[in-house]
Design a protein around this ligand. Structure first.
Ligand code: GLA
Length: 382
């Protein structure tokens, strides 16, 4: 995990004591499998080497004092007793919500001073929230002298976000943050919650995964995300299946839907699940370059059928492909955030430059580039 912000105050400077624990959890980038996680489907993310660290020390009272190394975020005090959804707002809701979800799970929490330090660019769609929830869970568990299975930690972090913070996300980000392994992709079946680690060493094949943070403002994200979920739930009711994952005959399903928008939403989810499994098969057979067109097909599906792309994301994808990328797609929830491109290592600099030029020519904010080497999941900071 990258070094912390060296100029901002340390735990000892803020709290006048030394931390007893330091826990870290990474952000993620999803190779493929978008919006499939709330449809019982498949996702294939990797953990970044960027993430969130939570340092902590026990307190004798039942209070959480939460500080951030980002100087503009003021310290907040939250009593552990009486935590309930809606009782804490703002960025500390992710921390307080995780404490609430741990207590609900039966963990006897202790009061704590907590310092949050993150290296994931904000608003990049690289899962800074899940990484904050998971590292908070790790620190609070360690301070309480308790432990839980990784799966429970991922699920309670998602519960904190769904119920306490009020964001209806699926379970991909929290699973990636807790279960990822360096040098691997994480194949997650979001129905059975089974995971498989798929070796992913692009450099050995002369390839690289370019992650581009468009820095596009996420307008309307929450409402649109919830609307996509609602469409999927509506289609499930009409089709009489348990989840869209269970649609085995796409043509028959499309024929029985009379709303064109619903039809397109269903086509994205069903085809995206197939694409995830196709990518896994190709990676396991060693045919890495062949996943390129599948990544690009995923983008077209999200742009045309799921309608979650935006001008900046399309510009990254189109520019990368025109500059020779083997495949490219937006990644994450959509409407801004990041896109990825699979490129030959020898083309990496050129593709990057071409994207910068295209953004400048379009009068857009300069995009950022993020290192996509697959890192490790959740654990104590070493
Ligand atoms: C966001 C959510 C995830 C997932 C993705 C889209 O990142 O938090 O659960 O639904 O969008 O794949």
């Amino acid at each position: 995990m990258s070094a912390s912000l060296s100029t901002s105050p340390s735990f000892s400077q803020i709290f006048r004591r030394v931390p007893e624990v330091a826990w870290q959890s990474p952000g993620r980038v999803n190779l493929i499998g978008e919006h499939t996680d709330y449809n019982d489907g498949f996702v294939l993310p990797l953990a970044l080497t960027l993430g969130t660290t939570v340092e902590g020390a026990r307190r004798d009272d039942r209070v959480l004092r939460i500080a951030s190394r980002e100087p503009e975020l003021a310290m907040v005090e939250v009593p552990l007793d009486g935590l309930a959804p809606g009782s804490v707002g703002g960025w500390t809701a992710y921390v307080a919500g995780t404490a609430w979800a741990l207590a609900e799970k039966g963990v006897s929490l202790v009061g704590a001073d907590l310092l949050i330090d993150g290296t994931i660019p904000r608003g990049a769609g690289l899962s800074s929230s899940a990484s904050l929830e998971c590292s908070t869970a790790g620190a609070l568990l360690a301070l309480a002298g308790a432990d839980l299975p990784l799966r429970d930690i991922a699920l309670l972090a998602q519960r904190a976000e769904n119920v306490f913070v009020g964001v209806p996300c699926g379970v991909m980000d929290q699973f990636a943050s807790t279960h990822a392994r360096a040098g691997h992709l994480l194949l997650l079946d979001t129905r059975s919650l089974e995971v498989r680690h798929i070796p992913f060493d692009l450099a050995a094949d002369g390839l690289a995964l370019l992650v581009v943070d468009t820095r596009a403002p996420h307008a309307l994200v929450d409402g649109e995300y919830a609307a996509r979920r609602a469409s999927c739930e509506k289609a499930v009711r009409i089709l009489g299946v348990r989840a869209l994952r269970d649609v085995t005959d796409l043509d028959a399903a499309l024929a029985s839907l009379h709303d064109d928008v619903l039809r397109r939403r269903v086509r994205h989810i069903v085809s995206e699940n197939e694409r995830v499994l196709d990518v896994v098969e190709l990676l396991e057979s060693g045919d890495v370059r062949a996943i390129g067109p599948i990544l690009s097909a995923s983008h077209v599906s999200m742009r045309e059928d799921y309608e979650i792309s935006c001008r900046e994301l399309d510009l990254v994808v189109d520019t990368a492909l025109a500059a020779g990328a083997l495949g490219a797609r937006m990644t994450g929830g959509g409407f801004g955030g990041s896109a990825i491109a699979l490129v030959e290592l020898t083309d990496l600099d050129r593709v990057r430059e071409t994207i910068l030029d295209a953004f400048a020519a379009a009068g857009l904010t300069e995009p950022g580039f993020v290192d996509a080497a697959p890192g490790d999941g959740y654990g104590p900071l070493r």
